[in-house]
Write a protein of this length. Structure first.
Lengths: 564, 127
């Protein structure tokens, strides 16, 4: 605020001094020039009070006329001078103010100040997001639909402009600024006590790295989530303690591997990490057998490594002789003969994973012509090409931005979810299918909401009260509906974490203890219904016993007296 | 020598001298306190205030504050004068004159402070 005020004051010096001088000269002359009375005899000049009055209404072009009495010709002559002098100076002053307000430097300063003030005024925990490209927008929408506040920095004014036009439930303070500069991160609330975490997801690894370093140095206790496109950057970040680094290529490779070997687990992952309210994803069942990987760059390598890990046969196709792999073919993969040489006749799937969208589509189209039933995995680099990729309808399309956004979202909103997936992977496919059908029965055909609850005094007061009174609570009690305890809420407990012990899909008889953390999935309104019983002792009492117990101290005592 | 400093110093000192010139004389004798002098004191004080706009230093801030005080006091004096002579018709009685002059004397104190700070600044940064 101060810097803009000073800037305005500084630039307004000349117009203001001119204004004071022109008024002073006009008033002074009016107090010296003799007037005339009704009979044409000379009269004393105007006094200061009337001169100031006259100049005030003349300079602002209001023009009440000759007050208090008709002027002499000398006074009229001076009035002409007064009018031109003061009106021109006023125009000059107002012009300067408008010019100042339209000055780009001034506008930047105003916007930066407004942004900093908005951030200071935030009264709920927020995430600081650096970089608001495709990934950022996806993440922002998902956070917004979960009522999570965010603050955004982006270097591109267009992205920030689109953000301001976007449909969000909450105001998202956004600023066009370089996230590499610590002062910008500080303006965006790095030191704010309610800053819940920093998320660096620009498409530039060095920027993400510098955001991570800044945060680690200035607020070491804050969790940082970083996107890293290169393995070296990821290793670098991990070396100084960044909690979660997401590499889109690695993540996709891992999930493709899981999708081939454990399709049920992959579907579970897709359902639980989607944006709530969107239609549930259809199962993707990549076949087992020999796979072709076209393009052996960052993406190709990640996919190859994870498919190798799952024991899947691979043939790698790349323009440059790919080193470090057993079966390789040199070529672009866009021509039929390369694909035939790589053995597309025997292959069951192909990964078109170069960094060029058109080449990827060309590879996929050639491959489909050669072998129509082939399972095609496409890498989409640019969001602008979405129409082409939708038309082609590959069995799986890899979009780095959406992968990173989903990973971040699950890390942020439900830290228990990654634990759940890790434990789930140790279970068989049959277990995954049972869990899937249970979820589908509860949520219908849209992506469910996933939430975790911590049983503690601050988070769930009623539960804490009941537990400290020595009552026994079972998980099933949290699944009863507060409107009718005989009915069950439409949600499923996925994981219960008690210290180091973790129970996957705990059953309703599990007793609850203080400090337990439970992961649920269900519809959004179920979550709100459940919260009633967690916070309100009377509701909880109804859930536990079915009694509509009186709430106040007097009524409770009366009820006690009546019973005895 | 710096022209900006000359103009700055000129206006600050002129503001003080004009103010002093108006205040000096018997407190309640309107003949000793010329209205033109009050007018010029107000104009020069306003200009001095604007010249102090936009200073980012601590001493600049106090400069500006003292000038604003002087403006306020002088404008209040002019207001009392206009009220007494035109609005209520009391005229320049000794009582009214005394209150006008004492308000202006308050402004003089602020202006003296400004000049002292100007001197302190000059002594501090001998260049």
């Amino acid at each position: 605020m101060h810097s803009t005020l000073f800037l305005i004051l500084r630039r307004m010096r000349a117009p203001l001094i001119l204004l004071i001088l022109s008024y002073a000269v006009s008033i002074l002359a009016m107090t010296l020039i003799p007037g005339v009375d009704a009979n044409g005899r000379p009269a004393p000049p105007l006094d200061f009070f009337h001169a100031f009055y006259f100049v005030s209404y003349t300079a602002t072009t209001i023009g009440f006329g000759e007050i208090p009495v008709a002027f002499s010709d000398a006074q009229r002559a001076w009035t002409i001078v007064t009018i031109y002098l003061t009106v021109i100076v006023w125009l000059y002053s107002i012009g300067t103010i408008f010019g100042l307000l339209q000055d780009p430097a001034m506008q930047r300063a105003i916007r930066a100040n407004r942004f900093a003030a908005e951030v200071r005024r935030l009264r709920q925990p927020f995430y600081l997001i650096a970089g608001c490209g495709e990934t950022g927008v996806l993440l922002l929408h998902a956070l917004d639909s979960r009522n999570q506040q965010a603050v955004v920095l982006d270097i591109d004014p267009e992205q920030v402009g689109e953000l301001e036009l976007g449909q969000y439930q909450q105001d998202v303070p956004a600023l066009t600024a370089d996230a590499r500069l610590p002062e910008n991160l500080i303006a965006a609330g790095l030191h704010h006590p309610l800053c819940a975490g920093v998320i660096a997801l620009t498409n530039d690894d060095p920027v993400n790295l510098s955001v991570a370093v800044t945060t680690k140095l200035l607020r070491p206790e804050l969790p940082i989530l970083c996107r890293a496109d290169l393995l070296e950057t990821a290793a670098n970040m991990a070396s100084f303690g960044v909690e979660d680094v997401v590499n889109a290529f690695e993540t996709f490779g891992e999930h493709l591997g899981i999708a081939i070997n454990n399709p049920g687990h992959h579907l579970l992952y897709q359902w639980l990490t989607g944006v709530p309210g969107e239609p549930l994803a259809m199962p993707m069942e990549p076949p087992r057998g020999t796979w072709l990987v076209c393009g052996y760059g960052r993406f190709g390598k990640a996919v190859a490594r994870h498919l190798d890990k799952q024991g899947i046969q691979l043939v790698v196709v790349d323009e440059h002789p790919p080193a470090g792999h057993a079966r390789t073919v040199v070529g672009r993969g866009t021509e039929a003969h390369t694909l035939l040489e790589a053995g597309i006749e025997q292959a069951v799937g192909i990964v078109a994973g170069t960094h060029d969208d058109i080449n990827n589509l060309s590879i996929a189209m050639t491959a489909r012509q050669l072998k129509p039933g082939l399972f095609v995995v496409l890498r989409q680099n640019r969001h602008a090409n979405a129409a082409l990729f939708q038309r082609f309808a590959a069995q799986a399309t890899m979009q780095p931005s959406s992968i990173v956004a989903h990973e971040f979202l699950s890390l942020l909103t439900t830290p228990l979810l990654p634990r759940f997936f890790n434990l789930a992977l140790q279970e068989g496919d049959a277990w995954a299918d049972v869990t899937l059908s249970r979820i589908a029965a509860v949520v219908g055909d849209t992506v469910p909401e996933v939430w975790d609850r911590e049983l503690s005094k601050t988070e769930t007061l009623a539960i804490w009260q009941a537990l400290s009174e020595g009552q026994t609570l079972r998980l099933g009690d949290l699944l009863r509906s507060p409107s009718n305890r005989e009915e069950n809420l439409a949600c499923i407990p996925l994981l219960l974490k008690r210290g180091d012990e973790e129970i996957l899909v705990p059953d309703s008889d599990t007793p609850l203890l203080d400090g337990d953390r439970i992961l649920f999935c269900g519809e959004a309104h179920t979550r709100r219904q459940q919260a009633l019983g967690l916070h309100d002792y009377n509701t909880l009492n109804y859930l536990l016993t079915g009694n509509q117990a009186p709430g106040g101290l007097v009524w409770r005592r009366l009820a006690g007296a009546g019973k005895s | 020598m710096n022209l900006e400093k000359v103009i700055f110093g000129f206006f600050i000192i002129l503001a003080m001298t004009l103010n002093f010139g108006f205040v000096i004389g018997e407190l309640d004798n309107p003949v000793h306190h010329d209205v033109y002098e009050l007018f010029f004191a107000i104009v020069v004080n306003l200009i001095a205030t604007v010249l102090k706009f936009g200073e980012r230093t601590q001493i600049g801030a106090i400069h500006l504050a003292s000038s604003l005080v002087a403006d306020l006091q002088l404008i209040a004096a002019a207001g009392v004068w206009a009220t007494a002579v035109y609005l209520t018709g009391t005229g320049l009685t000794p009582g009214v004159t005394a209150s006008i002059v004492s308000l202006a004397a308050g402004a003089l104190a602020a202006n003296v402070l400004s000049v002292i700070m100007l001197l302190v600044e000059t002594v501090m940064f001998r260049r």
